[in-house]
Write a protein that binds this ligand. Structure first.
Ligand code: RRO
Length: 314
């Protein structure tokens, strides 16, 4: 089931998308849709501070181990109808984490998905790839990915996308996961989540730059652009080969129009911005979209669709 977003730019779930005030700012911006922070069954305060270094040295990116701070799905069920008043698609991002209710992850996804569909979310983004929890991300285990999709898609009639970590140099795992996404005819795959298990060090203080998880966290921003492009491209090619109607949404390393154009050429039909939104706030959407349109015009294109997936081999 295809789902269109115009302009084809949204925030990436996570940065400044937790509270109603933050989500309302996104709704008022020029983003094509609003994506919530990944919500869990129970509210979470997240990891101890400092848990986010917004700017790494030389502006190569951002590093976080937020630990899924969010208001809990009951609160988002109240927020979503209010966001819908802004007349743009609302995408509910859903995750699972251990909590006192002891519900299995599959049950958490199922229950939250049902509640979000009922609350009026236009689309669900199943975050299967949080890099900062004790548990191994579901995206690394094909059987669990299949079980979550089965449980959610049996119950929910709205389109469902998934957010995945980079599979890097694990082509067999990549193919297994891509095949499962085909089997369930999901609407889109958003790739990539932040690059997991990365570390930065402040040489002045000789300390790690964030506190949780012994300083390890997820890397986003310019440093991950080539990783994101590779993931976007191989998912795009896989879906083309199998004639699938699954869109690829490109996430990772987009700071300027040229970065977005690279994502479109690689096969993304929608892009999401995380670190750029963190750095520049809601004004980033209009600025980026203007830059993209300028590039399209200067290069003889009338729309983004003409570019999608057209990168050539050398
Ligand atoms: O909250 C986080 O620590 C977090 C999540 Br859920 C995610 O999906 N990606 C990320 O970089 N951080």
């Amino acid at each position: 089931m295809r789902f269109s977003v115009h302009p084809p730019i949204t925030n990436a779930s996570g940065p400044n998308s937790v509270t109603y005030a933050e989500l309302e700012r996104l709704a008022r911006s020029d983003a094509g849709a609003v994506v919530t922070k990944s919500m869990t069954h129970c509210p979470r305060t997240g990891n101890p501070e400092p848990r986010l270094r917004e700017r790494l040295h030389n502006n190569i990116g951002s590093l976080n181990s937020m630990g899924l701070p969010n208001l809990g799905y009951h609160e988002y069920a109240q927020i979503i109808p209010k966001l819908k008043e802004y007349k743009k698609p609302v995408i509910a991002s859903i995750a699972s984490a251990r909590c006192s209710h002891n519900l299995a992850p599959i049950e958490q996804y199922r229950e939250i998905a049902l509640t979000m569909a009922h609350a009026g979310a236009d689309l669900l983004e199943l975050n299967l790839s949080c890099p900062n929890l004790e548990e191994v991300p579901i995206s690394m285990d094909p059987q669990s990915v299949r079980q979550v999709l089965k449980a959610v898609m049996k119950e929910v009639k709205i389109p469902v996308g998934v957010k995945l970590s980079p599979y890097n140099n694990t082509p067999k795992l990549f193919e297994e996961i891509a095949q499962i996404l085909l089997d369930f005819e999901i609407a889109y795959v958003a790739t990539i989540n932040s690059e997991p298990l990365t570390l930065d060090i402040d040489v002045k203080t000789k300390t790690k730059v964030i506190r949780p998880n012994e300083g390890y966290g997820g890397l986003g921003g310019p440093a991950v652009l080539p990783i994101a492009l590779a993931e976007v491209h191989r998912f795009y090619k896989f879906f083309q080969k199998h004639n699938a109607q699954i869109s690829v949404w490109g996430v990772g390393g987009i700071l300027k129009a040229e970065d977005a154009i690279k994502h479109f050429l690689a096969g993304a039909s929608v892009i999401q911005i995380g670190t750029l939104y963190l750095w520049e706030g809601p004004a980033a959407f209009a600025k980026l979209w203007a830059g993209i349109q300028e590039w399209l015009h200067a290069n003889g294109y009338t729309c983004v669709e003409e570019l999608v997936g057209t990168v050539r081999d050398l």
